[in-house]
Design a protein around this ligand. Sequence first.
Ligand code: ZN
Length: 205
Amino acid sequence: MNIQTIYAVGRNYAKHAQELGNDIPSEPLLFHKPASAAVYAEGQTIPLPFDKGEVHFETELVLRIGKRPSQGATVDELISHITVGLDLTLRDVQSELKKNGHPWLRAKGFRNSAVLGAWQPWMGYESFKSQPFSLEKNGHQTQHGTPSEMMFSVERLLAELDEWFGLAEGDLLFTGTPEGVGPLVSGDKLNLLLGDQDVGRITIG
Ligand code: ZN
């Protein structure tokens, strides 16, 4: 499936904002990654730029826009697929950029920074709201969340993205990470789970 713009929202789970010492935002903190940063987790080993500092995992539900929305389209009309992904972050680089008031592109948009599990059909907005997702790192559950913990709803996020940027078919949205983020090291084995379903595996190179 084609990938257009990869949008993401920061600090959408209160406990994650707190663990990094960030304020709770009053409106969604939106950023994006180049489409070339995407990589599907298909059991392979992926190289990461550890020479640039700590790389943190952030486990997130990822939504795919299925068709260009008409004005006032509902969430169910907009979204075609869902999966679990990793918004990989160069945390040391990000801290430096934040300190200087610079854009996050280098910290969030590097090669392989948008890891995607296999696409699953959209389950409908009502079922989505209680859909659990998790990350297993080296066989242990390391992050777990459900959309009910989000501060800004998917409905609000999609409306805002469409108003500002104009959503298009193939756009993706990383919906934010729950608490429990941390650094990766070479050799880590990661398993992405949507509920009980294994949707992707990678090894860190
Ligand atoms: Zn994130």
